[in-house]
Design a binder for this molecule. Structure first.
Ligand code: XMP
Length: 511
C-alpha cells in the first residue's frame, strides 16, 4: 500500500489514481490521521499531497507528528514538498512570488527521480512561497526561473520531493518521476485487475460468511453489475439480484441484463417486468419533477415487494451496493462497513429493514471498475455504458410518457448511439441524450407527401464529471448520417435538431 496523505488538495485523488496506474495499490488518508494508525496499514511508501499554497498560509496543516522518523520512503508534492523541507530543517522563503500553470523545469542532476529524463521539461506549478534551501544532506536536483529548489532528494533516507505536480498530465514526465519514486521505495507492480478482483471476492466471502444471503438491485449500469458479479463469485446462489424493468430503458438494455449479464456471470436473477405499472402511474404527467418522483416511488415499491418475496425464503442480512472510491473519499473516507439504513443507489429501501452493506467497489475508481468488469467477462456494452439517468427515457420525452412515444424515442436513440459508436466517438463524448419533443409538431415533406411529425434533439456533450459540460463538436458528416437515418427509419420523426448549449446554463438532460 502507498498512502497518499491528503492535505486538502483537489489533487489527492489524482495522485492515488496515478499510483494505481503504476499497478501499485494506493489509499488516501487525511493528514490528521495519527502516524501509528498510518503504520498499522503497513505502507511501503507515503506521498504527501499538495494543499494550501504555502506552509505559511493560514490554517496550513502540519505534517503528522513522527512521520519522518518511521523510515518509510516519502515523497512530498507541492505543499507536501514545502512541509517536508520545513520539518527537516530546510528553509521555505516567504517570497510572495507565486507560480501558476506551465513552467520550464531545469534538471541540474538526474538523481533518482529524473533518471534518464530530459534536462529540460515542462511541469505544472501551483504554489506561493518557495523552498530556498534544502534540508541538510539533501541533493537539489532541479530549479525553475522562479524557484531555486524545485526538487530535492535524499535517497539514503528515502526522502524525495518536487515543487511541481507530477500527477497532472501537463507535467510532461510526471508519471515517470512518480514511477521512479515508487521503484526506489521498492513498490512492486502487483495491483493488477486479476488481483483486484480476487481480493474483492475474498473480502466479500469473509464479510458475508458461509451462510449469509445477500440481495442486489441491478440498474443496467456498470457499477451495480460489477458489484453483483463479484459477490456472485464469492457466494454463488446465496446472492439474489433484482432487476426492475421500468420500461424506460433504451433499446437492448433490458436484454443485456436479463440475458447477456446472466449468461456471463451465472447470477440468480429475478426480473420484474413493471412497465405497465410505471406507465400507468406516469399517464398524462408532464412535469419533470413529478415524473422523477413517480418513477422513484414506484421503483421503491416494486423493489420492496421483491425483497419481501426473497426474505420469505429465508433471512437476508446483506445488501450489495456499487459505491465507488470517490464517493467514499468525498463523504469523509473511512474503512469498514457501517450498519445503516440504506436508502440510496438502489432507489431506497423501507425504514424497517436493516441491512449490512456489501460494497465491493469501495476501493475502486470508475475506470478500474470498468476494467474489473472486463476481467469478470461482463458484456462490453454494459462495461462501457455512458452515464444514463435512473428515470431513463421518462425524462427524455418532453411531454407525457406513453408506450408509443417511448418506442419512437428508443428507435431514434438507438440510431444515434450506433452512428456515434461507429464514428469512434464513444470515449470522446460523455453522453448523448436524444430527446423527443412529443408535443411539438412541424411540417415536412417526404416522398410526394406532406408530413407532420415530431422533432428529436441530439444533445452530445463533453464533460469531466457532469457538473459542467460543453456541447460536443461532432463532425458534420456524422450528424448528417444520424439525421438522415432517423428521419428515414423512424416514421414519426421528421426533424433532427442539435442542442448547442453548454452547462451551465443548460443542464445535460432536458428535464
Ligand atoms: P443534468 O441534466 O443535471 O445531468 O445536467 C447531470 C448528469 O446526471 C444524470 N441525471 C440523472 N441521473 N437520476 C440519475 O440517476 C436522475 O434523476 C438524473 N438526472 C440527470 C444525467 O444523465 C447526467 O449524466
Amino acid at each position: 500500500t502507498v498512502l497518499v496523505v491528503d492535505f486538502g488538495a483537489q489533487y489527492a485523488q489524482l495522485i492515488a489514481r496515478r499510483v494505481r496506474e503504476c499497478h501499485v495499490y494506493s489509499e488516501i488518508v487525511p493528514s490528521t490521521m495519527p502516524v501509528e494508525e498510518m503504520m498499522a496499514k503497513k505502507p511501503k511508501a507515503i506521498i504527501l499531497s499538495g494543499g494550501p499554497s504555502s506552509v505559511y498560509a493560514e490554517g496550513a496543516p502540519p505534517v503528522p507528528r513522527g512521520l519522518f522518523e518511521t523510515g518509510v520512503p516519502t515523497f512530498g508534492i507541492c505543499y507536501g514538498f514545502q512541509a517536508m523541507a520545513q520539518a527537516l530543517g530546510g528553509t521555505v522563503a516567504r517570497t510572495g512570488v507565486a507560480e501558476y500553470g506551465g513552467t520550464r523545469l531545469e534538471v541540474s542532476r538526474e538523481g533518482v527521480l529524473f533518471a534518464g529524463l530530459p534536462a529540460e521539461q515542462s511541469v505544472w506549478m501551483s504554489h506561493g512561497d518557495s523552498v530556498s534551501a534544502a534540508p541538510e544532506g539533501f541533493d537539489v536536483t532541479a530549479f525553475t526561473p522562479e524557484t531555486p529548489v524545485a526538487a530535492f532528494e535524499h535517497p539514503v533516507k528515502g526522502l524525495y520531493g518536487v515543487q511541481f505536480h507530477p500527477e497532472v498530465l501537463h507535467s510532461e514526465h510526471g508519471q515517470s518521476v512518480l514511477k521512479h519514486f515508487l521503484d526506489a521505495a521498492g513498490c512492486r507492480p502487483s495491483w493488477t485487475m486479476l488481483n483486484i478482483v480476487e481480493e474483492a471476492v475474498e473480502a466479500v466471502r469473509a464479510q458475508i460468511g458461509p451462510e449469509g444471503r445477500a440481495i442486489c438491485g441491478l440498474s443496467g449500469g456498470v457499477d451495480s453489475a460489477v458489484a453483483a458479479a463479484i459477490v456472485q463469485r464469492a457466494i454463488g446462489d446465496r446472492l439474489t439480484c433484482v432487476f426492475v424493468d421500468h420500461g424506460l430503458l433504451r433499446k437492448g438494455e433490458a436484454e443485456q441484463v436479463e440475458r447477456d449479464f446472466v449468461a456471463a456471470t451465472g447470477v440468480k436473477l429475478r426480473v420484474v417486468d413493471a412497465a405497465d405499472r410505471f406507465l400507468k402511474a406516469l399517464d398524462g404527467v408532464t412535469d419533470p419533477e413529478e415524473k422523477r418522483k413517480i418513477i422513484g416511488r414506484e421503483f421503491i415499491r416494486v423493489f420492496e415487494d421483491e425483497q419481501r418475496a426473497i426474505i420469505a425464503d429465508g433471512p437476508v442480512d446483506f445488501l450489495v451496493q456499487g459505491t465507488l472510491y470517490p464517493d467514499v473519499v468525498e463523504s469523509g473516507g473511512g474503512t469498514g462497513t457501517a450498519n445503516i439504513k440504506s436508502h440510496h443507489n438502489v432507489g431506497g429501501l423501507p425504514d424497517d429493514l436493516q441491512f449490512q452493506l456489501v460494497e465491493p467497489l469501495r476501493a475502486l475508481f470508475k475506470d478500474e471498475v470498468r476494467r474489473a468488469g472486463e476481467e469478470l467477462g461482463l458484456p462490453a456494452a454494459m462495461v462501457w455504458r455512458q452515464p444514463f439517468p435512473g428515470p431513463g427515457l421518462g425524462i427524455r420525452i418532453v411531454g407525457a410518457v406513453s408506450r408509443e412515444r417511448l418506442e419512437i424515442l428508443r428507435e431514434a436513440d438507438a440510431i444515434a448511439r450506433e452512428e456515434l459508436s461507429r464514428a469512434g466517438l464513444d470515449r470522446e463524448i460523455w453522453q448523448c441524450p436524444v430527446v423527443l419533443l412529443a408535443d411539438v409538431r412541424s411540417v415536412g415533406v417526404q416522398g410526394d407527401g406532406r408530413t407532420y411529425g415530431h422533432p428529436v434533439v441530439l444533445r452530445p456533450v463533453s464533460s469531466e464529471d457532469a457538473m459542467t459540460a460543453d456541447w460536443s463538436r461532432v463532425p458534420y458528416d456524422v450528424l448528417a448520417r444520424i439525421s438522415t437515418r432517423i428521419t428515414n427509419e423512424v416514421r414519426e420523426v421528421n426533424r433532427v435538431v442539435l442542442d448547442v448549449t453548454s452547462k451551465p446554463p443548460g443542464t445535460i438532460e432536458w428535464e
